[in-house]
Design a protein. Structure first.
Lengths: 263, 357
């Protein structure tokens, strides 16, 4: 074996150890609730806890709402920029990157200042409107991922000509977006959606400071008070995230096959 | 009466003028080509007719109705693009039926019309395929069917054959023309390929730098080009520069030799510079009875092209190419050989001086 290849293999082994040893450790630990035997008791306890079901449901609903609002916001914007305002693209890209640069804690303090119960728009005044605020803040958090995914999808198709073809056949803007553009960037929208889902399911800071019963704060609460269950929860939330990644891969592959066929 | 009227169209961009005073009246059922090099404004004019661009001034009237301000989806104009632009997510049948579906036609009518269209383009069995499963030529035929399915008042084709290979280009060209004749649909065809324009069109609009150079039938455009641009862009053409010797009789001196033009040069004075054009296929080697012009020169080059042989003969400053049919029993002239060429007076076309801008 050549020394260079040996080096690459060493790097890979190092990487795998770096990522998987803690994970395996956590997994192994999560099975040791009962002394002396491996068991899934910790998982049973976690899954039996009504707060687990409640918080997962809450976060899932919020994630779905975030995805819906995010797509409605991002798809027409990215489409219009691609079609009519290409010069604005760098500006919009910068704006969509801001949530990565500004920490969530800063954002949420900003929200609390602007939308507190004695402000002009007291969104934190009731639980429902706080949910709304939380959902919008998730849209902001997911913006970099959603925008990039959708924008990549739009770049892969000939937006302008498809639009013009549809226009000449009598289609208005809503028809073009729904029947021509959206189906052709479906894969990109889905991968943006799964990324958003993964972010929202695990998010802690915003949900915690806005005091909403989301999965992230529940995770933290259990982690602070129990020994084996948090490990089980970590494994469960990892599985959810990985399932999302897997779905992106599966749908992404379907699409690239189709594109390859076109050439 | 004109069916489609392009009324003194003008399109300025920030720094350039893309279309300059283009005026054209197209009758119902006519096939008109816009011919010119890239950047001559032909595509911009087409896009203004389709409604994708709005003109800086001028108007588009369709069947007597001013549609200049109408958005593209309310114009009832069919468009075929160079890149096919089929919707990748839809089957062939769904593509063809898209316009009808948007117009909320009943499903039965859509199915029937789609079938009719697929028969028209001779692809009746491919309704369930997706665009990526078709060849380029098939895709473009589907795009044609899709544009025609909505029964547009005008069909616009933007270099529809440019992305296809040579053989398919010719066969699809014939097919487009026969479908156009069958439906009697008014058609505007944009191309930079002179052969396409000549073989397809009822009339050709030759454009250069945003301006119309000449409008005429293919026969007129090829045989009687009005400007040197038209003469050189359409077909191969010999350009000779000389001085007017006798305006009334159309006598010109080219490199000291007398040449008579087809008509008198009324507006010119003796001694004026003049440019004349001559098609290579009309010049004969040696003297031929009935050819009123003779010139002596030397053979500069002999190009064997298969069915024809192109010979380049130099006088002094000017040179001409002439075409003769290949004939195995004749010997070809040699380079450097002195010889006489002859051509009829009618073939010598005095060209308009280019606009002094």
């Amino acid at each position: 074996m050549k020394p260079r290849r040996l080096g690459s293999w060493l790097l890979i082994v190092f990487g795998v150890l770096y990522f998987f040893v803690p994970l395996l450790g956590t997994f192994e630990f999560s099975l040791r609730l009962l002394r002396g035997v491996y068991s899934v008791a910790a998982y049973r306890i976690v899954l039996a806890d009504p707060r687990f079901a409640a918080t997962v449901t809450y976060s899932t609903v919020l994630a779905l709402a975030t995805i819906a609002v995010g797509v409605l916001l991002v798809l027409p914007t990215a489409y219009w920029i691609q079609l009519r305002l290409p010069r604005l693209r760098p500006v919009v890209e910068f704006i969509t990157l801001l949530p990565l640069v500004i920490p969530a804690i800063v954002l949420v303090f900003g929200y609390l200042r602007i939308y507190n119960s004695s402000s002009a728009l007291p969104l934190t005044g009731s639980a429902r409107t706080t949910d709304l605020l939380l959902m919008f803040s998730y849209v902001t958090l997911a913006l970099p991922y959603m925008y990039r995914a959708v924008d990549n999808g739009l770049r892969a198709i000939d937006v302008r000509t498809l639009t013009e073809a549809a226009q000449s056949l009598g289609a208005g803007w809503s028809t073009i977006l729904l029947r021509v553009i959206l189906p052709n960037v479906r894969v990109a929208v889905l991968s943006g959606a799964f990324l958003t889902f993964a972010i929202v399911i695990g998010e802690f800071t915003m949900a915690s400071l806005l005091d909403r019963p989301a999965f992230g704060p529940y995770l933290q609460l259990i982690g602070a008070n129990r020994a084996y269950e948090p490990a089980a929860l970590s494994i469960i939330s990892f599985s959810i995230t990985w399932a999302c990644m897997g779905f992106i891969q599966v749908f992404g592959r379907g699409a690239s096959g189709q594109v390859a066929g076109a050439h | 009466m004109s069916f489609l009227e392009i009324d003194h169209l003008q399109k300025r961009f920030a720094r350039t003028t893309a279309v300059e005073q283009v005026h054209l009246e197209v009758t119902r059922g006519e096939f008109v080509s816009f011919l010119g090099p890239s950047g001559c404004g032909k595509t911009t004019t087409l896009r203004i007719i389709a409604g994708f661009e709005s003109p800086s001034s001028g108007a588009i009237r369709l069947d007597g109705v001013d549609i200049t301000q109408r958005p593209p989806h309310q114009r009832n104009v069919g468009m075929v693009f160079q890149s096919y632009a089929l919707f990748p997510n839809m089957t062939v049948a769904q593509n063809v039926g898209f316009g009808l579906k948007v117009a909320k036609k009943p499903a039965a009518e859509i199915t029937q019309r789609v079938e009719e269209m697929l028969h028209l383009i001779k692809l009746p069995a491919l309704g369930n395929r997706f665009p990526y499963q078709l060849s380029g030529g098939q895709q473009q035929r589907v795009a044609l069917a899709r544009a025609l399915a909505i029964r547009p008042q005008v069909l616009l084709l933007d270099e529809p054959l440019s992305a296809l290979d040579a053989k398919i280009r010719v066969s699809l060209r014939l097919e487009i023309r026969s479908i156009q004749r069958e439906l009697g649909i008014t058609t505007i065809y944009v191309t930079h390929d002179q052969e396409e324009a000549l073989s397809l069109s009822d009339r050709i609009v030759v454009m250069s730098e945003g301006r119309v150079e000449q409008i005429g039938t293919p026969f007129e455009i090829y045989n009687f080009p009005r400007t040197s641009f038209v003469a050189s862009f359409v077909g191969t053409l010999n350009i000779l520069r000389g001085q007017v010797a006798d305006p009334a009789h159309g006598k010109i001196l080219v490199d000291g030799q007398e040449v008579f033009a087809s008509r008198g040069l009324e507006r010119a004075r003796t001694g004026d510079a003049v440019t004349v054009a001559l098609r290579p296929e009309i010049v004969s080697l040696g003297e031929v009875a009935g050819n009123g012009n003779r010139m002596r020169g030397t053979v500069e080059d002999v190009n064997f092209l298969g069915s024809i042989v192109r010979i380049r003969v130099r006088f002094t400053d000017n040179a001409i190419s002439l075409d003769t049919f290949n004939n195995p029993s004749l010997s070809l002239p040699q380079r450097g050989q002195a010889l006489t060429v002859s051509f009829p007076r009618e073939a010598v076309l005095a060209l308009e001086a280019p606009p002094s801008t």
